[in-house]
Design a protein around this ligand. Structure first.
Ligand code: DQA
Length: 146
């Protein structure tokens, strides 16, 4: 099973940016965490992070053309603005789980809209980096189907 793990703007700044909201661990630590889990369960992760919307669209399309089995995505602030990311995920028909490190539903009004959510089989918020691991479990176990 091959899963694309896509992170949007500023997630490369994990550990530096607002640690009270996003924790003290770095983006590299996140990759190690995911890589270790994937190794244990026999999943091949493909990692990507970009601060650019179009690059994220390109990567979502690549997931389709490269035969990925699913996508885990934290679109960062593009969650709240990007119809292009919604359309990209919809175009692929791949199962996609939306992850947010912080509990977005308890934050500012402008974070209450998620465009991409309509194309996602599940959303995980407020679980820190473990949210990504939970997203992988959802895709591996196809628990969104039940
Ligand atoms: C975030 C929440 C977004 O509102 C914010 O813009 C981010 C990170 C999260 O992981 O909690 O960049 O997606």
């Amino acid at each position: 099973m091959k899963l694309y793990i896509i992170n949007g703007p500023n997630l490369n700044m994990l550990g530096i940016r607002e640690p009270d909201k996003y924790g003290k661990q770095s983006y590299d630590y996140l990759l190690t965490l995911i890589r270790d889990k994937c190794e244990r369960i026999g999943v091949t992760p493909v990692f990507f992070q970009s601060n650019h919307e179009g690059a994220l669209v390109d990567k979502i399309q690549e997931a389709y053309f490269e035969g990925a089995d699913g996508i885990v995505i934290n679109p960062g602030a593009y969650t709240h603005t990007s119809i292009a990311l919604l359309d990209a995920v919809s175009a692929t028909s791949l199962p996609c789980v939306e992850v947010h490190i912080s509990r977005v539903e308890e934050r500012e009004d402008f974070r209450q809209i998620s465009y991409i959510r309509r194309a996602c089989v599940a959303t995980i918020t407020g679980k820190g980096l473990d949210g990504y691991l939970e997203a992988i479990d959802i895709l591996v176990n196809k628990s969104y189907e039940s």
